[in-house]
Design a protein around this ligand. Sequence first.
Ligand SMILES: Nc1nc2c(ncn2[C@@H]2O[C@H](COP(=O)(O)OP(=O)(O)O)[C@@H](O)[C@H]2O)c(=O)[nH]1
Ligand SMILES: [Mg+2]
Length: 315
Amino acid sequence: MCSSPPTSIDKREGGAFKDELQDGKVQAFADTASSTLLKYVRAFPTIEALHPFYRELIDLGVDVDRLKVSLGRIQGIASTVSEIGRGKVKEIMKMRSQEEMMRAQREALGRMVSAVKRARDPLMVLSEAREFMRRLPEIDPKTPTVIIAGYPNVGKSSLTSALSTAKPEISTYPFTTKGVSVGVLEMGGRRVQVVDTPGMLDREPAERNEIERKASSALRNLPGVVLFLVDPTETCGYPIEMQLSLLQKLSEEFPQMRFFVVFTKSDMEEWTLPNVKEVKVDEERIAGWGVVSSTTREGIEELKRALSALLLDEP
Ligand SMILES: Nc1nc2c(ncn2[C@@H]2O[C@H](COP(=O)(O)OP(=O)(O)O)[C@@H](O)[C@H]2O)c(=O)[nH]1
Ligand SMILES: [Mg+2]
């Protein structure tokens, strides 16, 4: 059955309703909903534009394909909503009875609300991804970096503090329970960051879990040098042969990086310079050797100068 055409339209009333529609509910809802959705999409960093260091880390906590699909879906919903809005407002403006207009408006709002509801799941994906990214360590992949390596208790944290001007900030990777500390030092007016990564370069690659392996691999993308610490006093609990063997394994794992080797805890009585003749690492891979004590600061300034020359004076 067809509804009969409206016969008695109150011109004034209908006109007023049309005026209200001009800046009325349908348009307002369409605009707000679509621009809000697009804001979420635009606020999200483009994965491809990210530095490979972060791209690899993000891969550990975020399903990147699912994220891309979600971004696309939200964008699609935003344009659906504004199309519904535009179309309906045009339609409504042509209508002559208020009842008809009200019905059309309700229908438009209903359709837009259900479209927006479909954005819930993809928005959840975005929010989870953002939360993961927010908790990644604040390492600037463009700043020259000293990556600290060596067995537990060889003096990595102590040396990171001794080298840094700022108090090292401890940030926690979302995928490790241990913190990653990032210290900052000034060298000739330029920033250098010192990154200590427990659970990664303090054990053999084979002993890391899958996530630690991938996170370690992301470190390859940082520009700089690995500062490998050896504790000749063995008070760290690891025999010297084992420590030197870790140096060899890490140098194989990071073939494009150079290693600066420092012997720590030089203030201790039992300290002796280890025999390194057996270490099978190419000469050119070794950027330098040093002897330090973080307690007495012996060798610290020399080490800073050497690192500075290494990181900053090169093309
Ligand atoms: N005597 C002496 N002890 C040190 C020195 N550096 C670190 N230590 C001690 O060695 C232990 C482990 O140091 P830490 O920096 O935590 O090692 P990490 O596990 O490699 O970070 C701590 O008890 C430190 O006090 C040093 O230069 N001299
Ligand atoms: Mg430590």
